[in-house]
Design a protein around this ligand. Structure first.
Ligand code: F6R
Length: 242
C-alpha cells in the first residue's frame, strides 16, 4: 500500500489525476474503472484541464463504472450515467461506446448482473480502478456484509448510505433503495487500485479500513490485500492515522 498525503481536496484531486493521466499516457487504450460521488469530482476536473491543454487523449480509453442505481432512467440527473457524462465524458474525447455501466433500468437483477459481468470480461482487465470510500466503509456499493460478494450484484443500500447520498436528491424518499454494483472481485482484479479520500468525516472509517482487520463488515479493508493499492488522501482524512 502506498499513501500519498495531500494538503487538501484540491491537492488530492491533482495528485490522483496525475496518476490516472500517467496510465492513459503509457497505455492509450487502457481500461479505467470509474467512481461517482463527491470524492472524484475534482479529479475529473483536473483530467478535463489536462485534456484541454492537449496533454491527454481519451480516444482509445475504455471505462467500466462501479455502480448504478436501480430504476433511474439514464436521463435522470441523479443517474450515474448522467453524472459521468456531466463531470467527465462530455468534456473529453472519450467514445461513448467505450463507456460501460450496469443497466439500472433492467428489472431482472440476475440478467443485469450477468450482462455487466460479461461486459467487464469482454472489456478486459481493468488497468486502474478509481474508488471513493463510503462512510460505512463501502466500496462501489459493496455494503458491510458477512462475506465479500464476488461478482456484480444487486444491493439494498444501507441507511448510512441513503443518509449520505440524500444530499444529491431533493428529498430522502427520492433516494433509490437498490443499486447494481461491481463486486469485490471485480475491484480487486484491477492491476492498480487508486482511492481518493477527503475530509474529517472519513478519518475514522479510513483508519478502520486500512489499519483494522480485513473483514467484510468493513468492505474497504479488503484493499489491504491488493498488491498495488494507492491511497491519495488529504490531511483531514489521514488525521486519525498519525
Ligand atoms: C460511487 C461509489 C461509492 C462512493 C462512496 C463515497 O460510484 O461507488 O462507493 O465512492 O459512497 O462517496 P463520496 O465520494 O460522495 O463521499
Amino acid at each position: 500500500m502506498r499513501i500519498i498525503r495531500a494538503k487538501d481536496y484540491c491537492e488530492m484531486s491533482r495528485r490522483a489525476a496525475e496518476i490516472i493521466a500517467s496510465e492513459v499516457i503509457l497505455k492509450p487504450d487502457c481500461v479505467l474503472g470509474l467512481a461517482t460521488g463527491s470524492s472524484p469530482v475534482g479529479t475529473y476536473d483536473e483530467l478535463v484541464k489536462m485534456y484541454k491543454d492537449g496533454a491527454l487523449d481519451f480516444s482509445g480509453v475504455r471505462t467500466v463504472n462501479l455502480d448504478e442505481y436501480c430504476g433511474l432512467d439514464i436521463t435522470s440527473d441523479q443517474s450515474y450515467v448522467w453524472f459521468m457524462h456531466h463531470h467527465l465524458f462530455d468534456r473529453v474525447n472519450i467514445r461513448p461506446e467505450n463507456t460501460h455501466f450496469p443497466d439500472g433500468k433492467q428489472a431482472d437483477a440476475q440478467k443485469a448482473c450477468a450482462e455487466y459481468d460479461a461486459v467487464m470480461e469482454k472489456t478486459g482487465r481493468t488497468d486502474l480502478q478509481l474508488l471513493g470510500l463510503g462512510p460505512d466503509g463501502h466500496i462501489g456499493f459493496n455494503e458491510p456484509e458477512d462475506f465479500f460478494p464476488a461478482g456484480t450484484h444487486k444491493v439494498a443500500l444501507t441507511d448510512s448510505t441513503i443518509q449520505a447520498n440524500k444530499r444529491f436528491f431533493s428529498s430522502e424518499e427520492e433516494v433509490p433503495r437498490f443499486a447494481y454494483t461491481m463486486g469485490v472481485a471485480g475491484i480487486m482484479k484491477a492491476r492498480r487500485v487508486l482511492m481518493v479520500v477527503s475530509g474529517k468525516s472519513k478519518a475514522g472509517i479510513l483508519k478502520e479500513a486500512l489499519c483494522g482487520p480485513v473483514v467484510p463488515q468493513v468492505p474497504a479493508s479488503v484493499l489491504q490485500l491488493h498488491p498495488d493499492f494507492v491511497l491519495v488522501a488529504d490531511e483531514e482524512a489521514l488525521s486519525e492515522m498519525e
